[in-house]
Write a protein that binds this ligand. Structure first.
Ligand code: NDP
Length: 296
């Protein structure tokens, strides 16, 4: 293996420590405690684990954590009423509605009911528009974390060829916008892309956000490229559940210059970015500049 491993756990720990430092400063200098509200509807076990982790890391960073666990049959009206309450609660600076929502709820309507200034997931259409036009937005946590790791590893990204595989609203599209904003030459690929392998081979930066285990192999990668594997796929190995990325790690690590592992790559940084976004939202709500290193 020749690639350098970009260790998401180490990166996330450093980011969480910067967040905790900013929280301390906000408390001491301004008597403000940033607060994050997380809303979970239903009892999806994976979502429950995510929500628990988010709550724990929020309090560990010194912030207030508000958790709302609602039954699966919660009505759209009741959920919207809760969001309205959180929108007007001055102790809540960030609101996250855990996705996916049960089928009877309209996720677009719910997300767009969140005050854009508190939309720490960055999924509200206003934030999508702000990001697309290069203005101060709340940026979705996963692509924000990917950009931070890329900058941490490569420094200035200007002029680099970036290929993003996957065009979802939560990862692929905002990732491409961020890379464009960082002056990369960006190609977006998806399920209808022709000759994906040769497009991937062009990339100095290759971001895989597909949801297909080990789809991108070493011979699709340019020598020395930086590979960010966003995929989280549950597969069975020796009869036990196992997590793998969208990139075939062992063959990719032979040729890439640097690569994020799965698990322990993008995943931990995503939650740390949620905390960073909450601090950014809190600062902006109080007319303070967003702290250096927590926002883009
Ligand atoms: P979506 O299913 O919403 O999007 C997948 C994208 O991949 C689509 O744009 C789709 O193309 C494209 N795609 C599917 N098959 C192929 C193919 N054979 N060749 C090229 N492109 C293909 O997924 P998400 O963006 O939500 O998530 C992607 C992965 O990232 C998942 O594994 C998910 O679990 C993981 N993830 C990880 C996070 C983290 O914190 N690390 C956070 C969020 C997601 P088309 O549009 O044409 O259908």
């Amino acid at each position: 293996m020749s690639a350098q491993i970009i260790d998401g756990k180490v990166f996330a720990a450093q980011l969480r420590s910067r967040v905790a430092g900013q929280v301390k400063r906000l408390k001491e200098d301004h008597r403000i405690t940033p607060g994050l509200a997380v809303v979970l509807v239903g009892a999806d076990p994976a979502s429950e684990v995510y929500v628990r982790n988010k709550g724990r890391q929020t309090t560990e960073a010194g912030m207030s954590s508000f958790e709302y666990k609602l039954p699966t049959d919660t009505s759209q009206a009741d959920l919207l009423a809760l969001i309205e309450r959180l929108n007007s609660d001055p102790e809540v600076h960030g609101i996250l509605v855990q996705l996916p929502l049960p089928k009877h709820l309209n996720a677009d309507l719910v997300i767009n009911a969140i005050d854009p200034a508190k939309d720490v997931d960055g999924f509200h259409v206003s934030n999508v528009g702000l990001l697309g036009t290069g203005q101060n937005a709340m940026v979705p946590c996963t692509p924000l974390g990917c950009l931070m790791m890329l900058r941490g590893h490569l420094g200035d990204l200007s002029g680099l060829e970036a290929v993003v595989v996957g065009r979802s609203n939560i990862v692929g599209k905002p990732m491409a916008q961020l890379l464009l904003g960082a002056n990369c030459t960006v190609t977006m690929a998806h399920s209808r892309t022709r000759d994906l392998a040769s497009i991937c081979r062009r990339a100095d930066i290759l971001v895989a956000a597909v949801g297909r285990p080990k789809m991108i192999r070493g011979d699709w990668i340019k020598a020395g490229a930086t590979v960010i594997d966003v995929g989280i796929n549950r597969v069975a190995r020796d009869g036990k559940p196992h997590l793998v990325g969208d990139v075939d790690f062992s063959s990719a690590a032979e040729i890439a210059g640097a690569i994020t592992p799965v698990p322990g790559g993008v995943g931990p940084v995503t939650i740390a970015c949620l905390l960073a976004n909450t601090v950014t939202a809190c600062c902006r709500a109080h007319g303070l500049p967003a702290p250096e290193g927590l926002a883009v």
